[in-house]
Ligand binder design. Sequence first.
Ligand SMILES: C[S@@+](CC[C@H](N)C(=O)[O-])C[C@H]1O[C@@H](n2cnc3c(N)ncnc32)[C@H](O)[C@@H]1O
Length: 220
Amino acid sequence: MGRRALRKIDPAIDLSGHLRTFDQLPRPWDSVSLFGRQAPLEVEVGSGKGLFLRNAAAGRPGTDFLGIEVARKYAWFAAAGLVKAGVKNALVVHGDALRVFQELLPEESLVAVHVYFPDPWWKKRHKRRRVMRDSFLRNVERTLRPGGSLHFWTDVEEYYRTALELLSTQTALVGPLPAPELPAEHDMDYRTHFERRVRKAGAPVHRAEFRKARGTEKAV
Ligand SMILES: C[S@@+](CC[C@H](N)C(=O)[O-])C[C@H]1O[C@@H](n2cnc3c(N)ncnc32)[C@H](O)[C@@H]1O
């Protein structure tokens, strides 16, 4: 993300309970070995400084949260934030979320996937680097349990439209669902650091939620 320098991480902080590299993830997948229990699992792709991860995990202790962040400094920073907050039901993976979905996460293993402000890759020749691509969206559909949801927020309208088009052509996920009233999640009322920045600049945020149909529901 660039911008302001990150605060230094105290080298005395023990990150071993809150940080994994891609290579350290269990094969075959076993979330009990990561979290020490069987609980519903939500994944955040590109967790940045980790504000969502920290607040969501603290607010919903019955659910486990895995943040996946490809930039080392942000992965370390987010993991340190979890340690400082005393959050036990979240950890950060330093690695490429596309590979975690493609190679490791099993079918119907997640109750939610969160993608907040993914890098837009503005230049035409760079757009194929975008996270919200057809193979990833098919993996989201595969890994969600019936009734599970995908949350996608961006400030880039063109990215929003393109992703929604891909979701409708490449998956049977149902949506975008009518926007819910968003409860304030903490004093700042921002879900992520990037949302804070966008909203402070007065720019609009495009939010979409999709759901995997249960057996009896009809995908539209
Ligand atoms: C614009 S930032 C948004 C961060 C955070 N979601 C927020 O809203 O504050 C996008 C983040 O996605 C991360 N990212 C980009 N591609 C990724 C990938 N393939 N796997 C995991 N993280 C990725 C970037 O390193 C960056 O931290």
